[in-house]
Structures are given as C-alpha cells and as structure tokens.
Ligand binder design. Structure first.
Ligand SMILES: NC(=O)c1ccc[n+]([C@@H]2O[C@H](COP(=O)([O-])OP(=O)(O)OC[C@H]3O[C@@H](n4cnc5c(N)ncnc54)[C@H](OP(=O)(O)O)[C@@H]3O)[C@@H](O)[C@H]2O)c1
Length: 287
C-alpha cells in the first residue's frame, strides 16, 4: 500500500462487508479515515454528502454503499436505482466540485452470461439480465461519465466478515436443513473483500474501469463443496439447475470476469480464487 497513511479517506456504506475490509486495512496503515453507513451519510442525499465532504476534506472517497438485494430489486427498482445510480452520480458530482478522488464498485451481473466459458473482459458488451444489474451498470456509467478520473472496479461473489454472503448463508443452511440444493449452472469467481481492498489501495492514483477478481471460476455447487470440505463439515449437497429456485431475478449462467488488464498494468500478484478462500476459511489469514 502506497503512502496511504498521509491521505484522508471517507468510506460510505461503512457497515457493509467490503467497507469493513477497507477499515481493517486503513487501521493497519494508521490512515486517517471515517466510515459512515446510511444512518450517518445517505449517499442518495447530495446535500448531506457535500456537507460531510466539505467538513472532512477527503483525498479519497471509497463508495462501498449499495443496494445489493438482487431479487428485491425486481419489484423495487426505484430504490435500487436511487442507491446504485443516484448515489454514485452524487459522489462523482461532489468529487469533481471538491476535487477528491472517488472509487466505486460494480458487478459481474452487468453481463448476461455466455455459452462458452471465456471470462468477460472490460470491453465486452454488457447486457444485464436483472434490474439490480441494470441499476449497477447505469451507476458505473454515470460515475465515470461525470469524472473519468475516478475509478470503478467490477467485483463478483464477495465474501468477507459479515452475514451478507454465500458462505455465511451456507453455514446457516447446514444447521437447519437435511439436504441443501445448490445451483450447478451459475458460474463466477468468489472474491475476498480483503483481496479487493488490498489491491484497490495499491492503485489509488489510477483511473477508469477494471475487473478485480482472482483467477479461475467455479459453480455455486462446487464453491459450496469446497467451503464445507475445507471446514470439515458434513452436509448433504445436491446440484440442481438455478431454474429450480424460481427466483424473481434471472442470473447469468456464466459471469466470470478476467482481471488481467488490472494485474498486468500494475504488476501485482493474483492467485487462484481457491487459494484466497482457503486462507480465509482455514488460516483466517486476511491480507
Ligand atoms: N456482495 C457481493 O457478492 C457483490 C457482488 C458484486 C458486486 N458487489 C458490489 O460491491 C460493493 C460492496 O458490496 P458489499 O457486499 O460490501 O455490500 P453490503 O455488505 O451489502 O454493504 C452495503 C452497505 O451499504 C449500506 N447502504 C445501503 N443504502 C445506502 C445509502 N443510501 N447510503 C449509504 N449506505 C447505504 C447498506 O446498509 P443496509 O444493509 O442497511 O442496507 C450496507 O451497510 C457494492 O457496490 C456491491 O454492489 C457486491
């Protein structure tokens, strides 16, 4: 991490899982930061945002706030758009006015899937299948349109400390269900929040759009098997098609992303998703 102890940061969505990883990294680096969740700073309120930024005078604002309920977004598109489009629009606007750098996160769900398992690159055509994906795509576009000097990272299947992730849910399910059905036709890249935070803090002076995920990809079913195996937990897992769940939002069959642009450009190390996950589960090693 380059000299971040001399910079000032605001983290929005401060109670979320990615925000917590940033806070841990910034604590370790002795950096000057404030982390604010919606009760302290609602990113959809531009006046409140502008006031906090004028008072605190950040060098960087890292936007970890989002509306992430993929299924609920189908019936509440208005709220999803407010948080995922108006929020980043406000942040980009204030960043230009007050001259700080803003960093935002998007998702693999901007892609609509593909038959051939070739991970998506930054320039590939987007075609979100659900309203969450539409709101996130519009958010990343307006964010960089207002300020191309800002930074957007597309991430996927985040896990870290907190309850809003697949690993936590899986561990809950095995306590309460005899058999757990998991989709084997949804494929992407499990990504550690610590991996994201560490790499973002290395490149704060960059700009533009990057995919930021480890190497490889996996189905939800094999991901679940991997987690339970590493934790030595016994459970009856059954692979099924995602269609079985009849969820309100459609998901892409394959939305793994290729992050070689980022790792080649900045000469940073990336490993296979399974190595980070094993470190998280077994060694409790947070980079
Ligand atoms: N989680 C994933 O698997 C995943 C996958 C792809 C991309 N991403 C993206 O990665 C980023 C970080 O995700 P995450 O998993 O860390 O999310 P998270 O754990 O759900 O955290 C988001 C935080 O933002 C807060 N928030 C919601 N509306 C807000 C508002 N108007 N103003 C301020 N804060 C608000 C949420 O509060 P409440 O909980 O009270 O709503 C929550 O604390 C997001 O941009 C997300 O879209 C995540």
């Amino acid at each position: 991490m380059k000299n971040i102890s001399k910079a000032k940061f605001i983290i929005t969505g401060g109670a979320g899982q990615l925000a917590r990883a940033f806070c841990k990294m910034l604590d370790r680096a002795n950096a000057d930061y404030i982390a604010l969740d919606i009760d302290k700073l609602d990113i959809t309120n531009i006046d409140a945002l502008s006031k906090v930024c004028k008072e605190y005078k950040p060098d960087f604002l890292i936007n970890c706030a989002a509306y992430n309920n993929v299924d609920a977004a189908e019936s509440d598109f208005e709220t999803a758009m407010k948080v995922n489009f108006t929020g980043p629009k406000n942040i980009a606007t204030v960043s230009v006015e007050l001259k700080f750098k803003a960093i935002h996160f998007s998702t693999d769900y901007v892609f609509g899937g593909r038959e051939q398992y070739i991970p998506f690159r930054e320039q590939d055509e987007t075609s979100p299948l659900n309203k969450y994906g539409i709101s996130k795509l519009k958010g990343e576009q307006i964010f960089l349109e207002i300020s191309p000097k800002n930074l957007v990272f597309r991430v996927s299947w985040l896990y870290g400390e907190g309850h809003q992730n697949f690993i936590y849910k899986l561990l809950q399910w095995i306590e309460t269900r005899n058999e757990i059905l998991i989709a084997n036709d949804e494929i992407s890249v499990p990504t550690s929040t610590y991996f994201v935070a560490k790499n973002v803090l290395e490149v704060l002076n960059a700009n533009g759009l990057f995919h930021l995920v480890p190497d490889g990809y996996v189905s939800r079913y094999d991901y679940a098997k991997f987690v339970l195996n590493k934790l030595k937990k016994d459970a009856q897992l059954k692979p099924v098609s995602a269609e079985y769940f009849k969820l309100p939002a459609r998901r892409p069959n394959f939305s793994a992303m290729d992050s070689s642009l980022f790792f080649n450009l900045f000469s940073l190390e990336k490993k296979h998703w399974s190595e980070y996950l094993e470190e998280f589960l077994v060694e409790r090693k947070f980079e």
